[in-house]
Unconditional design. Structure first.
Length: 107
């Protein structure tokens, strides 16, 4: 059993941040992007588009949203832009989601 006793003031201080993060993650395409980034560490836009079969324009919109929220960051190498997850909480959360929904066996 998980101890869910919380300080109400602490919860109030963090609830908005948590809701903002969950809202940014609350899209199946963004979850697919993050799954790929967790699995591969860093990927180019082209590789991500191929992996999740999404057009580069739509992909760029999702990546921009996550970049604005501080979930992913970029680096440029020539003409290639590489994306990676920069929020350790997101990596941990994606691991939990993988164990709950993608592992073999009942949930």
């Amino acid at each position: 059993m998980i101890d869910l006793s919380v300080n109400v003031e602490a919860l109030e201080a963090k609830a908005g941040d948590i809701a903002t993060l969950l809202k940014a993650l609350g899209n199946e395409r963004r979850l697919m992007i993050l799954c790929q980034l967790v699995a591969h560490g860093e990927m180019s836009v082209g590789s991500l588009a191929d992996a999740i079969q999404l057009g580069q324009s739509a992909l760029s919109q999702h990546l921009a949203k996550m970049r604005d929220e501080g979930i992913v960051s970029t680096r440029r190498e020539g003409q290639t832009i590489w994306y990676r997850i920069t929020d350790a909480r997101v990596e941990e959360l994606m691991g939990i989601l993988h164990r709950l929904y993608c592992s073999k066996g009942p949930i």
